[in-house]
Ligand binder design. Structure first.
Ligand code: ACK
Length: 502
């Protein structure tokens, strides 16, 4: 109880059960720990098991804290959003991390509260992340590469520095990229750069300063290496119960024997045609870490069927939850709280220009205490320009899709905002099918003539207003996910406090 009160707004927690018996959820703006009481219990179990670490000597990975986290025991590490951390090892849902600045302390931080910093370079073909010197040499000397091939990897001895490995005259040379006290990147004291990308671009043009050519990024399949930390032997998983059919294949509840926990496993249907999409989904999931996004935990990509292992959400999809007796009992306040979490997860994707393309209640998963997470990034793409133009033959869920996306394949973060409006409609109407009784063609005609879904009964007018904003015909007039998150949060706070005062 003590840790619960510390993280909540004063006096709220004690009133939860009286106000909404059976369905507990945090007070507004309690972003740090969604359910502090449950979290504290979970951590006690984890920290009870903690042994003194004997970290192996291997390159540490550079992470940044995504949120503030306050240590609740000696095993844990207090971090502030943006703190740079090196992760020594993963321990279940936690990482053992060491601060790279200030106090240099180490301790456990929830894995979902940190993100790999290296991912910022993932867009560069030359970036190979956490591979060692030996592997870099093997790759560069492979027959696909010639002199001038190069790659950048995390330095083995300094986790926040990088090494350029380049092939020249049939040998591989390594150059350490140092960081100055203000974080600039440099190989020589004579010139430094604000970003690693700028440094590489400079030495590509000025090969004499380096003494070797940096011509072509190393031509090995990088995906293989990206996958490695997640790859697990399939014997570690015991499939227990089929949860249903997903976009790509079956979804199972399973037990991860080595980690001793339940997980969800997606299996890939064996048709080869979908293999490409599946791999893309994994790539997208892997680099995204946010408490409101479904976390990828592991995968088994060797052999068939391929498994994608993610966290298990106890209540399944929002679509089926809304139709369950518990879902039907939800008040508007509950639904707004859930909608706000979805907007928060989507704001994280928005910041990274990642378009979901299939945002709907069927792709939101619900856990205990009404925790909601966005799932199924199968259609997500990282867009360079603000609009991604998809190929014309892609199957589109018309009822959730913005007109410019359905008609002209112009998917963008703003077309996701349109879908979010439809998702809000699904929630506030307790799972009703949008445009019930209409064909896809009729839906498109109605939308083009200016028709919009009507307000569901019992939907507060300010929430319907938000839906209408999401359905502006001009994409740029639609709100951002950040704005949606803060609007829903403040409506939720108003309802919450009004109820508390009563
Ligand atoms: O509505 P459901 O019970 O929730 O049925 C669908 C089914 O699998 C096909 O998508 C369920 N499902 C998918 N991913 C998960 C997960 N991570 N945790 C729990 N259930 C899941 C979904």
């Amino acid at each position: 109880m003590e840790s619960c009160c510390r993280a909540c707004l004063p006096c709220c927690s004690c009133l939860w059960d009286r106000i909404w018996p059976g369905l507990r959820y945090p007070g507004p703006r309690d972003h740090v720990i969604a359910n502090p009481a449950a979290h504290a219990a979970e951590i006690r179990t984890v920290s009870g098991d903690i042994r003194v670490p004997a970290p192996k000597k291997r390159p540490a990975q550079l992470y940044a804290a995504l949120f503030d986290f306050e240590a609740r025991s000696d095993d844990e590490l207090t971090v502030k959003e943006g703190d740079k951390l090196s992760v020594i090892e993963k321990r279940g849902d936690y990482v053992l991390a060491k601060k790279l600045t200030g106090s240099l302390e180490s301790g456990l931080v929830p894995a979902n509260y940190v993100a790999l910093l290296q991912d910022e370079f993932a867009k560069h073909k030359w970036y190979y992340g956490n591979i060692n010197r030996g592997k870099a040499e093997k790759l560069l000397l492979a027959s696909q590469n010639k002199d001038g091939a190069f790659l950048v990897r995390i330095s083995e001895s300094h986790s926040d520095e990088y090494t350029i490995s380049a092939r020249s005259e049939g040998k591989v040379f390594h150059f350490r990229v140092q960081r100055s006290s203000i974080g600039a990147y440099l190989i020589s004291d004579k010139i430094s750069f604000a970003t690693l990308g700028e440094l590489i671009a400079y030495y590509q043009k000025n090969s004499r300063s380096l003494g070797v050519l940096l011509e072509e990024p190393c031509a090995q399949q990088r995906e293989l290496f990206d996958m490695e930390p997640w790859e697990r032997p399939r014997e570690e998983f015991r499939l227990q119960r089929k949860l249903g059919e997903g976009h790509f294949g079956e979804v199972w509840e399973a037990f991860w024997t080595t980690e001793k926990k339940k997980v969800a496993i997606k299996t890939l249907k064996q048709e080869d045609t979908k293999q490409d999409e599946f791999v893309k989904e994994v790539q997208a999931l892997k680099s995204l870490h946010h408490p409101k996004l479904i976390q990828l935990l592991a995968m088994c990509s060797r052999g068939e069927p391929v498994y994608i292992v993610t966290e298990l959400m106890t209540k399944g999809s929002l679509k089926s939850y809304l139709a369950s007796p518990e879902g039907l009992a939800l008040t508007s306040a509950h639904l707004i709280y859930m909608g706000s979490q979805v907007a928060e997860g989507m704001a994280y994707l928005e910041d990274r220009s990642i378009v979901h393309r299939d945002l709907a209640a069927r792709n939101i998963l619900v856990g205990d205490d009404l925790v909601c997470k966005v799932a199924d990034f199968g259609l997500a793409r990282i867009i360079r320009d603000s609009v991604y133009t998809a190929s014309r033959n892609t199957k589109i869920p018309v009822r959730w899709t913005a007109p410019e996306a359905a008609l002209h394949q112009r998917f963008s973060v703003k077309s996701d905002v349109w879908s979010f409006g439809v998702l809000l409609y699904e929630m506030m109407s307790r799972g009703k099918m949008p445009y019930e009784g209409k064909s896809n063609k009729e839906v498109m005609d109605l939308l083009t003539s200016g028709f919009r879904l009507p307000s569901p009964s019992r939907c507060p007018s300010n929430i319907y207003r938000i839906m209408i904003d999401c359905w502006a015909i001009e994409p740029s007039k639609r709100p951002s996910f950040h704005a949606l998150h803060s609007q829903l949060d403040s409506i939720y706070a108003k309802i919450y406090f009004k109820t508390v005062e009563v």
